[in-house]
Ligand binder design. Structure first.
Ligand SMILES: [Zn+2]
Length: 211
């Protein structure tokens, strides 16, 4: 474990290392969900605003929510109505989950994607970078999908940027991961040594990945 001083130094360094391109790259944000509870029902009042922004079929999003929340419900105009009392935060988490699974390109992180069906597989096709990946529905259905890195995790990472101090920087999940001694284009195994919010430090390792 690093001392507090080391930790603060790391934080400063982390800020210095962030490349402009990443700093200026705004994360895709959805409109704030407008959800109210009325007696035993829950009304998602700007549901269609959200599905418009996601550019997904409202029925597809609704069916996902109903399954995940385990409640009946329906589309009423621009609203989604759930026949149960549901914590808005819970709905928010499910929408995040949907977005990560069905909308965000895992290569470039942009939402400019469309879903295409090939045989029986759903493919997410990115219009921004051309990447294609199959949609892993099982991941979406998992109740607890921890998109969190922990210290000690060993991951495979591709270095996509170089920080101002020359350290390689890659992205995984929502994290920026700074790995000294690497160059743009390297794909390596990285052991996470330090995490501060959504910035992590790691070192190159030959150990197998743990996640
Ligand atoms: Zn992409």
């Amino acid at each position: 474990m690093a001392s507090d001083d080391d930790y603060l130094a790391l934080l400063d360094r982390a800020k210095d290392e962030l490349p402009e391109t990443i700093e200026n790259h705004e994360r895709f944000t959805l409109p704030e969900l407008d959800i109210i509870q009325e007696g035993k029902i829950t009304i998602f009042r700007n549901f269609i605003d959200v599905t418009d922004k996601l550019r997904r079929d409202p029925q597809h999003v609704l069916q996902f929510l109903l399954k995940e929340l385990g409640t009946p419900g329906s589309l009423e105009g621009r609203r989604a109505v759930f026949k149960a009392k549901i914590n808005p935060q819970n709905i928010n988490d499910k929408i995040q989950n949907y977005t990560e699974t069905y909308v965000i390109c895992s290569e470039c992180g942009l939402p400019d994607t469309k879903m295409v069906k090939e045989d029986r597989t759903l493919i997410l096709e990115c219009e921004a970078c051309g990447a294609r990946r199959s949609i892993n529905v099982r991941k979406a259905a998992r109740v607890d999908s921890p998109n969190h890195l922990r210290e000690g995790d060993i991951i495979e990472l591709t270095i996509t940027n170089v920080g101002r101090k020359g350290d390689g920087v890659g992205k995984l999940m929502d994290y920026l991961i700074i790995v000294p001694g690497t160059a743009k284009g390297n794909t390596i195994h990285v052991k996470i040594t330090n995490i501060s919010a959504k910035t992590a430090f790691g070192m190159v390792t030959t150990e197998p990945t743990t996640r």
